[in-house]
Design a protein around this ligand. Structure first.
Ligand SMILES: [Mg+2]
Length: 406
C-alpha cells in the first residue's frame, strides 16, 4: 500500500468540497492582505508576505484569475505583492482601483487628526489618499487613543468610520466599499463565481456579494456573512490546496474531453482574448521602459540577440526568425546601425548579398538582462512544468495559424 500523503491544509470536508467545485469552474480568487495573506504586525509598514506564502501564490496566479482587495493604499500593497502575478490590485477598501480620483477631503482630515492625536504615544495616522487609517497597533494606551480618535473623527465633515483590528478606517461617506469593488471586478472579468478571503469587519460586505464564497480568517463565524472560517496559520495550506485541486481538475477534464457549454465557451474566448491584449500591452510597456533605461526596445534587443546566435545572417533571414515583415525590420535595423550596435558587411563571394553582425557594443547590451522582456519571460516560464509550457506554446502557435488563416 502506498503511504498516504499529508493533507495540504486542515480544511473541513465541506470547505474542501466547495473548493473542489470552484476548481472546476471559471472563477476568480480575491484576497485581503493584512491578517489574511500577511500576519498583523505592530507596525503596519512591517507586514510582509512570508516566503512560503509568496511561493504558494506564485503557483496559484497562473491557474486562476487572482486579485487583491486591501484596505491599504493601492501602491503600498502592490509593492508588497510585486512579481506574484495578481491581475488586479485594489486598495483603500475598494476606493482605489487606479482609475478613480481621491476625495480631496481626506488630505484635510489627515492633517486635522495628526494634530489632534499628536500627544498620544504610538498612534499613527496613515494617509492613503482615498481614505485614512488611525493605527493603534503600537499604542501605549490603546483604549484611550481609540476614544480620542473617535471623538476627533466625529468632528470631521462627511467622514465614515469602519473599525478594524487595532485600527479605525476613515472613509468618505457614500463611499464604495469592498463589495462594490468586488462586484465591478467580476463584471469586468465576466466571471460569476469567486472566492473571497478576508479577516476583518471591512471584508463583511464582500462576503455577501452574489456568487461569492466567503471565507473568514479567524476563530469563529459569529456575526459573519462568510460561509467558512479558517485559522490564519492555515491560509497558506488553503492556497496549496487550491493549486492542487485546480491541477487535478484540469488534467482529468482534458482526458475526458468534457465539452464546455456554449456559455462557457463564450466566456473562455473573451477571457483569453482579454489576456492576449493585456500581454500585448505589457510587452509594449516594458519595451518602452527598456528604451528609456537601456536605449533599446524589446524588438531591437531581440534582433541583437538573434544576430549573436547566428552571426552573418541576412536581413530576410532575421525577419523570418523574428516573425516580422521585412519592412518592419528595416526600421529596427536602421536604428541599431545608427547607434553602431549592428553593422552590415558584404557576404564574401557574393557582393550583392549583405550579412548582419552585432558589434561589441551590441553584444554588451545583450549581456545585460535585468529589466528586459526576456528576463520577465524567463522568470515566468521558470514557474511552470515543461508539460504546462508545451501546452501553452501549442495553444499560441495554433492561434497564430488560425489568425493567419493557414
Ligand atoms: Mg485584513
Amino acid at each position: 500500500m502506498s503511504p498516504r500523503l499529508e493533507p495540504a491544509a486542515k480544511v473541513a470536508p465541506a470547505l474542501r468540497e466547495a473548493l473542489e467545485r470552484l476548481a472546476h469552474e471559471h472563477c476568480a480568487l480575491v484576497f485581503d492582505f493584512d491578517g489574511t495573506l500577511a500576519a498583523i504586525t505592530s507596525r503596519p509598514a512591517a507586514a510582509e508576505l512570508d516566503a512560503p506564502t509568496r511561493a504558494a501564490l506564485r503557483l496559484l496566479t497562473p491557474r486562476y484569475p487572482c486579485a487583491l482587495l486591501s484596505g491599504r493604499a493601492r501602491r503600498d500593497v502592490a509593492r508588497r505583492v510585486r512579481g506574484i502575478g495578481f491581475r488586479a490590485v485594489i486598495g483603500s477598501h475598494g476606493l482605489d482601483d487606479g482609475r478613480r480620483a481621491p476625495d480631496p477631503a481626506v488630505r484635510k482630515w489627515v492633517r486635522r487628526l495628526r494634530s489632534r492625536l499628536a500627544g498620544l504615544g504610538g498612534v499613527q495616522v496613515e494617509d492613503k489618499r482615498y481614505s485614512l487609517s488611525v493605527h493603534f497597533r503600537a499604542a501605549q494606551r490603546p483604549a484611550l487613543a481609540r476614544r480620542r480618535a473617535l471623538e476627533a473623527i466625529a468632528r470631521l465633515d462627511g467622514a465614515h468610520v469602519v473599525a478594524g483590528k487595532r485600527v479605525l478606517n476613515v472613509l468618505p461617506r457614500q463611499r464604495r466599499d469592498k463589495a462594490d469593488a468586488l462586484r465591478e471586478l467580476l463584471e469586468g472579468w465576466q466571471i460569476q463565481r469567486a472566492l473571497f478571503i478576508g479577516d476583518d469587519a471591512t471584508d463583511e460586505a464582500a462576503f455577501a456579494v452574489r456568487g461569492v464564497l466567503g471565507i473568514r480568517v479567524g476563530r469563529s463565524l459569529r456575526g459573519s456573512a462568510a460561509r467558512f472560517v479558517v485559522a490564519r496559520s492555515d491560509v497558506r495550506g488553503l492556497i496549496d490546496l487550491l493549486v492542487e485541486l485546480r491541477s487535478a481538475a484540469s488534467m482529468p477534464a482534458t482526458a475526458r474531453a468534457r465539452r464546455p457549454s456554449p456559455v462557457d465557451r463564450g466566456e473562455h474566448v473573451l477571457d483569453f482574448l482579454r489576456q492576449l491584449w493585456a500581454v500585448d500591452h505589457a510587452l509594449q510597456r516594458r519595451s518602452k521602459q527598456m528604451l528609456r533605461e537601456r536605449g533599446v526596445t524589446g524588438p531591437q534587443r531581440l534582433a541583437l540577440r538573434l544576430l549573436l546566435l547566428e552571426p552573418g545572417i541576412s536581413a530576410g533571414e532575421l525577419a523570418g526568425a523574428m516573425h516580422v515583415h521585412p519592412s518592419t525590420l528595416t526600421g529596427v535595423l536602421e536604428r541599431l546601425e545608427r547607434r553602431r550596435l549592428v553593422r552590415r558587411r558584404a557576404r564574401p563571394g557574393d557582393l550583392r548579398s549583405v550579412e548582419l553582425h552585432a558589434t561589441p557594443a551590441g553584444a554588451a547590451i545583450v549581456r545585460e538582462t535585468r529589466g528586459t522582456v526576456e528576463d520577465a519571460v524567463r522568470r515566468s516560464l521558470a514557474r511552470h512544468t515543461q508539460r504546462e509550457l508545451d501546452v501553452a506554446r501549442d495553444v499560441l502557435r495554433e492561434l497564430e495559424q488560425e489568425l493567419l488563416g493557414e
